[in-house]
Ligand binder design. Structure first.
Ligand code: F6P
Length: 329
């Protein structure tokens, strides 16, 4: 049996929930069990650490959850954990249970909390990237992104049906906070006329209008424009208004997909990713790793300093924008 640097660990889910968090939790709990490591689940993210909401977990605690969206541990963005007093209470509870390692499943806010907690109290921490935004460095994809992308694609396909029937223009807003991964890929996959993402510096209303004119010339009678929620040029409503002013004959509608993108049963890719990273997080702690994130790069589990995971960025593939533009007309 593998040697282990830790004998008792805790796991929590924090920040915006993402499909596949449950599959990651299942992997953490069952890997710990396999290697004779005691495992506690912590409810409602860092709030549970502060308010002593720990529950001992075993293989049966995570039965039938690999296919469930959301997180059975619940999640929170803890304001209290941002204070030194909050973190001191959290550490006192970790000591009470003899926790030597903490698996933090979430996004950059979660990782920032994990990093500070590790630096202040020396407790071993390891991050698992769980967010639909895909905005974490050190992993090709985050857990939940693939499912959210497919949810967005399905929704936009449905919008296309009605857009086509009524010869309408739709502005569709998708999630992603400051990142445009969901917008770019769902836009390409649904044949959007234009895709507006925050990573593109030179987005302009003139370019958008030029695309409408080209579409008109080529005989297009309906169009979809996918807009990332973090787009800097304007939000979907403002874009719709400006377009109406410039093209008064257009019948324009706006659809904001919103939180439906965070729900639903995780895709196969997300379940596999979550299972591998949950396993990798526990074995990483066993190997003495700390203050790192377990991510997947080119189909291998890799460990990245948590600071890099937070601060560095995966680049958007600009080719996809060009391909989308060429194929949309
Ligand atoms: O980070 C995930 C995410 O869904 C973002 O895409 C979005 O900007 C944000 O969370 C919404 O947060 P809340 O659920 O707090 O409104």
């Amino acid at each position: 049996m593998k040697e282990s640097a830790v004998k008792k660990i805790a796991v929590l889910t924090s920040g915006g929930d993402a499909p596949g968090m449950n599959a990651a939790l299942r992997a953490v709990v069952r890997t710990a069990n396999y290697y004779n490591i005691e495992c506690y689940g912590v409810r409602e993210g860092y709030n549970g650490l502060i308010h002593d909401d720990f529950l001992k977990m075993g293989p049966r605690s995570v039965k039938n959850i690999i296919n469930q969206g959301g997180t059975i541990l619940k999640s929170a963005r803890s304001a209290e954990f941002r204070t030194k007093e909050g973190r001191e209470k959290a550490f006192a509870n970790c000591q009470k249970y003899g926790i030597e390692g903490l698996v933090c499943i979430g996004g950059d806010g979660t990782f920032t909390g994990a990093k500070i907690f590790n630096e202040e109290f020396g407790i071993r921490t390891i991050g698992v990237p769980g967010t639909i935004d895909n905005d974490i460095f050190g992993t090709d994809n985050t857990i939940g992104y693939d499912t959210a992308l497919n949810t967005a694609m399905d929704a936009i396909d449905k919008i296309r049906d009605t857009a086509t029937s009524h010869n309408r223009v739709f502005f569709v807003e998708v999630m992603g906070r400051d990142a445009g991964f969901i917008a770019l890929n769902s836009g390409l996959a649904t044949g959007a006329l234009d895709i507006l993402i925050p990573e593109t510096q030179e987005d302009s209303i003139e370019d958008l209008f030029a695309n409408f004119k080209t579409a008109e010339k080529s005989g297009k009678s309906s169009s979809i424009v996918v807009v990332a929620e973090g787009e800097k040029l304007a939000n979907v409503y403002e874009l719709a208004e400006k377009t109406k002013e410039a093209f008064p004959d257009y019948d324009i509608r706006v659809a904001v997909l919103g939180h439906m993108q965070r729900g639903g049963s995780p895709s196969c890719a997300d379940r596999v990713l979550a299972s591998r990273l949950g396993y990798g997080a526990v074995t990483g702690l066993m190997d003495g790793k700390t203050n790192v994130m377990a991510g997947m790069r080119s189909n291998d589990v890799v460990y990245t300093p948590i600071e890099d995971a937070i601060k560095k960025h995966n680049e958007i593939n600009q080719d996809l924008l060009l391909i989308s533009e060429i194929l949309a007309i």
